[in-house]
Design a protein around this ligand. Structure first.
Ligand code: QUE
Length: 376
């Protein structure tokens, strides 16, 4: 079961009584900050599907190797290479990657057993997709959560269309537009985490799972048992001070205008009064892709009253169109390939982006029946 060379370690831990089993998935590419690649997503999806129907499996724990990151995003270098190869078309690799990743995220959201995600350290992009749908989302004093895709000309996918518009007030739109980082306190406040525990408690969590005397195995009893185990873990010595809650009235005010250009201009021209978190948010937005600005606004508007499955189908359309447009390719080039940090975006400001260009990102490359996520 345990293969330490694998990009995801799939383990089955027998409980002390030996009647039950804990499934454990450990992301194991610490040098790449455990950024999710296609092989990792495939291994995880396969294990979750196999465990789903096993009566002896009482819960699944998803964690990662190394202290620095749970998962810093996706394998955007492979995506870049596939985009360069087909220049201006949708790479087959992207279709496969997003189909697998979103199916994995959707499976986590709808799993009938508890899934505990140990979201310590960096949790961004693809890592947020793994965390957000889990039934028991743990963060620690080192957690840094964000959807930073505005920097690379993509947009907050992995279910962002579903979870961002459901955050308090306009905070989801703000976080998507600015890529602003949340700490553990923020994650609890916005409702993207369920517990904030000390980062040193991971081994205690695992041993508590094995030693617990599991009895009732219906979905509600298992969930309650997992909550009990988690609530017994030590809290951090000091809690990080949050940035979202204290700035909610400003965030709501800046993100209220009825068009993306007005909102972007409001954020960019606001007096942030030496607040480091707000200044960083402002600067990330200022350097970000104007196309992405529109995509974030549209996904938050449309996603607010869509089902989770429809959100993932919309995101598959959008992500493939991003692969076709050149904007995503240019963003990865500037950040990770040439590292010049100067993306040459297609449009200079949000105002410059024509509406029909944005509409194309929502135009499905597939018929309804042939959509890769038709079966969700
Ligand atoms: C914005 C992003 C990403 C990013 C940095 C940003 C992103 C992403 C990665 C990333 C990090 C580590 C890796 C890797 C990719 O960085 O989406 O392959 O090893 O995946 O500013 O959106």
């Amino acid at each position: 079961m345990t293969d330490v060379e694998s990009v995801v370690i799939v383990d089955e831990i027998k409980t002390s009584s030996n009647d039950y089993t804990i499934g454990r998935l450990t992301l194991n590419k610490p040098k790449a900050l455990n950024a999710l690649d296609l092989e990792m997503a495939g291994i995880m999806l396969d294990a979750l599907q196999r465990w789903q129907s096993r009566n002896d499996i009482v819960a699944v724990v998803i964690d990662a190797a190394g202290e620095k990151a749970f998962c810093a995003g996706g394998d955007i270098v492979s995506m870049y290479k596939s985009m360069v190869e087909v220049n201006g078309q949708i790479p087959a690799f992207l279709e496969t990657f997003f189909e697998t990743e979103y199916t994995l995220d959707y499976t986590i959201h709808n799993y009938s057993k508890p899934i505990v995600v140990w979201g310590s350290g960096i949790v961004m992009g693809g890592g947020m997709g793994l965390l957000c749908g889990a039934s028991h989302r743990i963060v620690t004093e080192t957690s840094r959560l964000a959807m930073p895709e505005i920097t690379i000309g993509l947009y907050p996918d992995v279910g962002g269309s579903y979870f961002l518009p459901r955050l308090p007030g306009k905070s989801g739109l703000f976080l998507g537009l600015t890529g602003a980082q949340m700490n553990g306190t923020d994650a609890l406040y916005v409702g993207l985490a369920d517990a904030l525990v000390a980062s040193t408690e991971k081994n205690n969590l695992l041993s508590a799972f094995t030693e617990y005397s599991w009895s009732e195995t219906d979905e509600a009893s298992l969930a309650a048992s997992v909550s009990t185990i988690i609530s017994a873990l030590d809290k951090p010595d000091s809690l990080p001070s949050g940035n979202v809650e204290p700035n909610m009235s400003l965030i709501n005010e800046l993100c209220s205008p009825g068009s993306v250009s007005e909102i972007v201009n409001a954020i960019l021209s606001a007096d942030m009064k030496d607040n480091k978190w707000l200044l960083r948010a402002q600067s990330t937005l200022a350097k970000g892709s104007p196309i992405t600005m529109h995509l974030v606004y549209e996904q938050c508007t449309k996603g607010a009253d869509m089902t989770l499955a429809d959100c993932f189908r919309m995101e598959a359309n959008m992500s493939c169109r991003c692969g076709e447009s050149g904007e995503f390719q240019e963003g990865v080039r500037a950040l990770l390939i040439d590292k010049d940090m100067s993306p040459n975006w297609k449009y200079k400001t949000a105002e410059d982006v024509p509406q029909d260009v944005i509409e194309h990102f929502f135009h499905s490359p597939w018929t309804k029946e042939n959509h890769p996520l038709a079966g969700l």
